[in-house]
Design a protein around this ligand. Structure first.
Ligand code: PLP
Length: 295
């Protein structure tokens, strides 16, 4: 059987690992890396569109915050990091893609407590082309979501690479024919497995969960909220129940990979008339204009 690196990673793709630009299939980290061994790592995903990084600064702000929360130093200054990101984009010759940044505490003999003389953090950056046709189809047709219990830890505001519960939820949702899992805790939706969750109520109120350690503070969420406020749309940041979601007029999900992707069914029941809704589309357009996604 062919290795993934041989069969899938296109020739000419490069990854960045700790100061070096390496062929994607050959890039690797130390076997004792604490990200690999203990999940002591955080990440960011930034959308590259028309050769420009969308929402770059807020993604880097959140990355710095996640690192502060786990007491790991920034591996490079922000200016140096940005120039590495640009160099990787240039080397990969990709205009529309997803840039992935991961930082772990670094490599050391496996022990829960890191050694006092811990070396530098591990920095990985990869870039892959985005499936724009797939995204366009999801935007046009909407997606199905399946609700799953939210079994994650108590610090979901940290963008950790520990995604096992998210992976399990999304796999369970996929088995039910859904694109995304909506996670439910105490009868309320927290967020999606890799997206923030939104509804538009029967009286036109746009609702998404308020920020706390129960959810990730999505960068796309923040900019959609700003765009909605600028357009004087009625928005409320609060928890909403599964029942409320099921009787909503519209629903959608947001993330760097797709802003305002309409949700047309929840657990196989249609949302509204079962088609992408007008407010979802309007917010998507406002977000695209605000962030330069439109080009
Ligand atoms: N919620 C979770 C659990 C996520 O993993 C993500 C993105 O990865 C989001 C929300 C959306 O965040 P952003 O808009 O910053 O991509």
């Amino acid at each position: 059987m062919k290795k993934w690196s041989e069969s899938r990673a296109p020739a000419g793709r490069y990854a960045y690992v700790n100061g070096r630009y390496l062929r994607h299939g050959e890039a690797c980290v130390h076997v004792e890396d604490r990200g690999l061994q203990l999940g002591e790592a955080i990440y960011e995903v930034c959308n590259l569109r028309h050769g420009r990084l969308i929402d770059e600064e807020p993604h880097l702000d959140r990355m710095e915050r996640s690192l502060r929360e786990i007491a790991v130093a920034m591996p490079l200054s922000r200016a140096a990091l940005k120039s590495v990101m640009r160099e990787l984009i240039a080397r990969n010759r990709i205009k529309d893609g997803l840039l992935y940044i991961q930082v772990s505490r670094g490599a050391a003999k496996r022990d829960h407590v890191p050694p006092a003389n811990m070396g530098r953090p591990t920095l990985i950056i990869t870039l892959r082309p985005q499936d724009l046709a797939g995204l366009e189809k999801r935007m046009a047709q909407g997606v199905a979501v399946s609700t799953q219990p939210d079994i994650r830890w108590g610090r979901r505001d940290i963008k950790t690479t520990n995604l096992l519960p998210n992976v399990m939820a999304k796999v369970a949702a996929k088995k039910k024919g859904a694109f995304e899992a909506w996670l439910v805790e105490g009868g309320k939706i927290t967020e999606g497995s890799s997206t923030n969750a939104w509804i538009v109520t029967a009286d036109g109120e746009i609702v998404t969960r308020d920020l706390s350690s129960a959810i990730l503070a999505g960068v796309t969420r923040k900019l959609i909220l700003e765009a909605a406020a600028e357009a004087q749309m009625k928005v409320s940041e609060r928890a909403f129940t599964l029942e409320e979601a099921k009787s909503a007029r519209e629903a959608f999900i947001s993330s760097a990979t797709g802003a305002c992707v309409p949700v047309v069914t929840i657990d196989d029941a249609p949302v509204g008339d079962g088609r992408p809704g007008p407010l979802t589309r309007r917010l998507g357009t406002l977000y695209a204009r605000k962030t330069g996604l439109e080009g």
